[in-house]
Design a protein around this ligand. Structure first.
Ligand code: PMP
Length: 455
């Protein structure tokens, strides 16, 4: 069964999708209503699924249940926020006790001070912290700070790296509908891991404010980046007076308690944090050098107080409930073996899936380094991928959307919800039984894909 399909069943006639639709009539009914209200019928593009998305009613630990009563082992993990799984008792207690005391004070609180103290203690480069409401806002603010601090305008980022959806980061080379060409002009997009190109740019122009990247590689290592790339970028940016921004929205508090920067021992100038930071609630931050974050401070002149150079507001900055949930979560990450457990479970999933692929003679592979797994739908080994022998465009975006939908629906049919890239994020509370169910689901999904000619 090696190699890619020659003839595959089209989506509309796929038995996998039909079977999923039959199992989920209430989800289908909600999706039909949603179609009249929400573009695509969904509220986040990554939740879009053919023939309809999963409508969840409740969740607990590693599992969630849809409106039809089907149970799933969950690898969406709140888009990466739920390192402790759903409704961890300590997080629930923290939120419940905070909600009784108020959700918004329109004032400062001890919560934000304690929350920032934990962040400062855990993230090595966090001299100062500025809270925002989402990861998107955090990268937006980080770029603004970098420009204000350096007085330069251009931003270098890497193709495929995700930094949220604001104008400066959400277009591929050439731009996208709705984004002003003047914004596109300010961005220099470099192929993933191409430090040579960054060296050329920084050596030949003096208008660059910052280099921003996901330090574990695009989408938490879907296109992996190694320590050597980070070290080279640190060297180059320091030499040219350009700020290095690690977007640790996913990998922060996940690949080590202090994120990628602690793991690799490489200090960025600024770091963006979200997801685990706020324990499954909305919340994010920019952390980093105090001289850079000082751009946000009120200044003094002899006879008056002057406004900060960099404007920043936000109704839900350091929201008390997010702070409470975030602190409860961060303490578990800091003080227990939570990350170790998540990493080990993910390794067991990757090893188990690779063994299944080998035993079936399918030449795909499953890779990842932390609490993640990425299914590569093509002919390669994890070693090929880590050695850079598989082009980034093949790793990310190289699989037909139809096949991705079928893979996800196949897992759902067998009680597992993966992320559509395809892959997943593993929590500290996934159990051996969850892993066994996941491997069984993978095997059964491959059976179905084989019948449809997709292997
Ligand atoms: N950066 C990275 C690396 C992310 O993974 C995400 C979210 N997936 C963001 C930024 C944007 O965060 P948010 O969805 O909270 O705006």
């Amino acid at each position: 069964m090696a190699g890619m399909a020659t003839q595959t069943v089209p989506l509309k006639r796929s038995n996998i999708l039909r079977a999923y639709a039959e199992r989920t009539p209430r989800s289908a009914a909600l999706a039909a209503r949603a179609q009249r209200l929400l573009p695509n019928g969904v509220t986040h593009v990554s939740r879009y699924l053919e023939p309809h998305s999963v409508y969840v009613e409740r969740a607990a630990g590693s599992r969630k249940w849809d409106v039809d009563g089907n149970e799933y082992v969950d690898y969406f993990g709140g888009h990466g926020a739920l390192i402790l799984g759903h409704n961890h008792p300590l997080v629930v207690d923290a939120v419940a006790s905070q909600i009784a005391k108020g959700s918004h004070y329109g004032a400062s609180s001890a919560l934000e001070v304690e929350w920032a103290e934990i962040v400062q203690q855990m993230i090595p480069s966090a001299e100062r912290i500025c809270f925002t409401a989402s990861g998107t806002e955090a990268t937006h603010l980080a770029l603004r700070l970098a420009r204000a601090f350096t007085g330069k305008s251009k931003i270098i980022r890497f193709a495929g790296h995700f930094h949220g959806w604001h104008d400066e980061v959400s277009f591929p080379a050439g731009g996208a509908a709705g984004i002003s060409p003047s914004v596109v002009d300010q961005t220099l997009i470099v192929p993933a891991n191409d430090t040579g190109r960054v060296a050329e740019l920084l050596g030949s122009r003096d208008d660059c404010a910052a280099v921003i990247l996901e330090p574990t590689g695009a989408t938490f290592g879907h296109v992996p980046t190694g320590a050597d790339v980070l070290r080279r970028l640190r060297e180059l940016t320091a030499r040219h007076g350009v700020l290095l921004i690690f977007d640790e929205v996913i990998c922060g508090f996940r690949c080590s308690p202090g994120g990628a920067q602690q793991l690799y021992g490489i200090m960025p100038d600024l770091t963006t944090l979200a997801k685990i930071l706020a324990g499954g609630h909305p919340g994010a931050a920019v952390a980093g050098r105090s001289d850079v974050l000082a751009q946000l401070q009120w200044g003094e002149e002899p006879s008056r107080i002057v406004a900060p150079r960099v404007p920043h507001q936000g109704t839900f900055n350091a929201a008390p409930i997010s702070a409470a949930a975030g602190m409860a979560t961060l303490r578990q990450v800091r003080d227990t073996d939570a990350l170790d457990r998540a990493n080990k479970s993910a390794a067991a999933i990757r090893d188990g899936m690779n063994a299944i692929l080998r035993s079936r003679g399918v030449r795909w592979c499953v890779y990842g380094r932390f609490s993640d797994f990425h299914i590569f739908v093509g002919d390669a080994t994890p070693e090929d991928i880590y050695a850079g022998r598989v082009p980034a465009a093949k790793l990310k975006g190289g699989t037909a959307a139809e096949l991705l939908h079928k893979i996800r629906a196949g897992f759902l049919l067998h009680g597992v919800d993966i992320v559509g890239w395809p892959g997943g994020l593993v929590s500290a509370v996934h159990t051996a039984e969850d892993i066994a169910r996941t491997l069984e689901a993978f095997d059964r999904t491959l059976d179905l894909l084989a019948i449809e000619g997709d292997l």
